[in-house]
Design a protein around this ligand. Structure first.
Ligand SMILES: [Zn+2]
Length: 97
């Protein structure tokens, strides 16, 4: 429960424009509800989702690294194949001359 800082009257939650405000029925003091305890949990959710995002990013980086390694291996094989092909063609050309 929140109390009015001005007159210490009880603050009642009032919904207005889709937001919830705490309104003092005695003096009319109004404050948004989000600045109270509910703000903490919202921050925590953001923190947790941030951690989750970082985890996913790290996984992605690992995957990228793996893919990069595989690509390197594959491309090395490809290069070797191409070199073989080139050498063979060159041999043939030399043989023909
Ligand atoms: Zn008040």
């Amino acid at each position: 429960m929140d109390f009015c800082p001005k007159c210490e009257g009880l603050l009642k939650p009032v919904r207005k424009d889709g937001k919830v405000y705490l309104v003092c029925k005695r003096c009319g003091y109004t404050k948004p509800l989000s600045s109270s305890s509910s703000g903490y949990s919202a921050t925590r959710v953001i923190e947790e989702s941030k951690h989750r995002t970082i985890g996913v990013v790290e996984e992605k980086e690992e995957l990228k690294e793996k893919v990069r390694e595989e690509v390197k291996e594959v491309s090395q094989e490809r290069v070797r194949d191409l070199m073989d092909l080139l050498n063979r063609e060159q041999d043939q050309m030399e043989a023909e001359e």
